[in-house]
Design a protein around this ligand. Structure first.
Ligand SMILES: [Zn+2]
Length: 266
């Protein structure tokens, strides 16, 4: 089946995962910059990470015939030291013109602190300056609703095109807020936490199948790089036809991502 993995942290995955994704029909992988499983000690650590995202990982994915794209930022988890975060922000323009860069992300909030919010707003300014789309991470569990509201308020103040912003990791209590404000919504499928395949399909049924994508995160924690495919199979069991399933797992992410000038998989 044809699908796109719109949010996969492939730097933490093995070549076996690339092979499985290729065999399952993955047509593109998009990798947001995020925490790497450990805190980086210097801006040089981010410089090397951005090189990994823009040079090494696309070459690794190409061996399995999958186009690889990425988003750039310093994640909220490592943004608590605003001085350090600003040093990282200062090197983003060095990479923004690389041929597989999609935009600024995944920025957002982790613990909803003042420093995280300040750095979030500075990222949004960079996105505006370079006319880039934005991918947003929302906090986990009890902080999610508050964090999503803070993010939406900041985006409204920034006065940008909401249809070029995707707010990821939505759940039942935040999906409506995101979609009603004209943003795209992302659902992250995890084996245990966040959305299971069954929960994700329930959300699609409650909020509609427009302007929403599903991703599997494929990160350094317990996650399943084939979660999108497994959810598509689950949709089949619920008697959705092939066209509807393909629209959700391929057409929708493609529609959003085509707003990024460097995204081209045809
Ligand atoms: Zn992520």
């Amino acid at each position: 089946m044809k699908y796109i993995e719109p949010h996969g942290h492939m730097v933490s995955r093995t070549t076996d995962d690339y092979q499985k994704m290729a065999m399952a029909g993955c047509e593109a992988i998009c990798e947001p910059a995020f925490w790497a499983g450990y805190d980086r000690a210097s801006v040089q650590g981010f410089y090397d990470y951005f090189r990994q995202l823009t040079e090494y990982e696309p070459a690794r994915a190409a061996k399995y015939g999958i186009p690889h794209f990425c988003w750039l930022c310093i994640n909220p988890k490592e943004s608590e030291d605003a001085g350090f975060a600003r040093e990282v922000l200062s090197i983003i323009p060095d990479f923004i013109d690389k041929p597989t860069v999609l935009g600024i992300g995944e920025i957002g909030l982790n613990k909803n602190t003042k420093s995280e919010l300040a750095i979030f707003e500075e990222h949004v300014e960079i996105a505006k300056k370079f006319d880039q789309p934005i991918l947003i991470h929302t906090p986990h569990l009890e902080d999610k609703l508050k964090g999503t509201k803070l993010i939406i308020d900041a985006l409204k103040n920034a006065n940008l095109d909401h249809s070029r912003v995707v707010i990821d990791h939505v759940e039942e209590h935040t999906a409506g807020l995101v979609l009603d404000n004209g943003f795209w919504a992302g659902m992250t499928l995890y084996p245990e936490s966040k959305c299971t395949p069954a929960r994700a399909i329930d959300i699609l049924e409650n909020f509609g199948m427009e302007n929403i994508w599903m991703n599997s995160a494929c990160d350094w924690g317990h996650s399943d790089p084939l979660a999108v495919v497994k959810t598509a199979l689950e949709m089949g069991k619920r008697h959705y036809n092939k066209e509807t399933i393909e629209r959700v797992v391929y057409g929708n992410p493609k529609s959003f991502l085509q707003q990024c000038p460097n995204f081209n998989i045809d």
